[in-house]
Design a protein around this ligand. Structure first.
Ligand code: HEC
Length: 327
């Protein structure tokens, strides 16, 4: 907070007014206009690999003979234990052009994986996450006309038990748009708990609203953020939740900036640690399952790179990302 005060003393009243006008006009508030942005150069990054999942849905991972790890997963082993920092690149290379049952509609010349350097920090009010990655030579898939690249964060606070073990996969099902061969299917991400029952293609019947309300009340949903990027660094942000579907919040509280140098993007998200429901409180002493996804080369839907389930803590603890307090 000390930094806050000294910065405010330096800016004139006119500058403050301009800043206020800017705040009300833009969806994505530039982070450099905020007093408290961390000094990223001093923060150590953690590299993680994101890979193309093709159509390897939750159901396919648990189809008999569909996945060598299914028995051990059921017995308690998490995805990360078997694959994390081990074979993500190999999986991505294989899956992106697997053909047949696994990747029926591949994008020619698409790279199979991306390495992202992730930095996290927090201050008195905000949590920050920076994702830096070289997306390499991405063919233009022309699926998303507006946005070249999109970066998403999925976050939980421990309320969704499976999220700490399987990350994104528990929200990814065979009966979602582009996962199924049927063009009439438009379903978005959902959690198995939101369905009356789950079968080999996911679950079609959504639980009654009263049941969903109870799940929401218990925090049994995932929070997501997405920064939609243009080559000139323009970024628009959406945030929302995933329970019976992906629902965008009417007004995002997450802000983001983006910068592209060559084929390398640096994308920084920020939000208040305590932002009110449906946003999850981010506070010390808790472990937060977190996963990152990147759409590159004007892609949409399943044509993205995804991370396995990672963990975030504030201040100290055992996790992939330990966000230090900025003073
Ligand atoms: C006990 C270890 C183990 C666990 C736990 C495990 N897997 Fe696997 N997984 C394997 C093995 C072994 C293979 C087959 C070898 C391969 O194809 O890489 C595999 C294959 C895969 C593939 C297909 C790779 C390809 O190239 O075709 C994906 C995707 C995958 N696993 C994701 C996951 C996810 C997501 C989870 C958690 C829900 C998970 N795995 C849990 C061991 C495991």
């Amino acid at each position: 907070m000390r930094m806050n005060v000294s910065l405010i003393q330096q800016v004139s009243f006119a500058q403050l007014c301009r800043f206020a006008a800017l705040l009300s006009l833009t969806l994505a508030v530039p982070l450099d206009a905020r007093a408290a942005e961390p000094n990223w150069a001093k923060i150590e990054g953690r590299n993680i690999t994101l890979f193309s999942p093709a159509t390897m849905s939750w159901e396919r991972l648990f189809t008999p003979r569909g996945h060598s790890g299914q028995k051990e997963y059921r017995e308690g082993k998490n995805c990360l234990v078997c694959h994390g920092d081990i074979d993500e690149k190999e999986m991505g290379k294989h899956l992106v052009k697997a053909g047949g049952y696994i990747e029926p509609r591949p994008i020619a010349d698409k790279p199979g994986w991306i390495v992202a350097k992730v930095k996290t920090a927090h201050d008195a009010e905000n949590f920050y996450i920076q994702v830096e990655f070289d997306e390499g030579a991405q063919p233009n898939a022309q699926m998303d006309k507006d946005f070249e690249t999109k970066v998403a964060v999925i976050l939980d606070d421990g309320s969704v038990p499976e999220a700490s073990r399987a990350g994104c996969w528990m929200a990814c099902h065979s009966n979602m748009a582009s996962m199924s061969a049927s063009p009439t299917i438009t379903a978005t991400k959902y959690l198995p708990e939101s369905r009356v029952s789950m079968g080999s293609a996911g679950g079609d019947q959504i639980k009654p609203e009263a049941d969903l309300a109870k799940l929401r009340e218990a925090g049994n949903y995932l929070e997501y953020w997405q920064g939609r990027l243009k080559a000139d660094g323009t970024v628009s942000v959406v945030d929302g939740t995933i329970l019976e579907k992906r629902s965008e919040n009417a007004k995002p509280v997450v802000t983001a900036t983006a910068k592209k140098t060559g084929t390398t993007w640096t994308v920084t998200f920020a939000r208040k640690k305590i932002a009110g429901r449906p946003h999850k409180d981010i506070k010390p002493g808790k472990t937060y399952p977190i996963a990152i996804a990147i759409h590159a080369g004007f892609t949409a839907q399943r044509y993205h790179y995804v991370s396995l389930e990672r963990k975030l803590v504030l201040d100290s603890g055992k996790a992939d990302f330990v966000a230090a307090l900025q003073k």
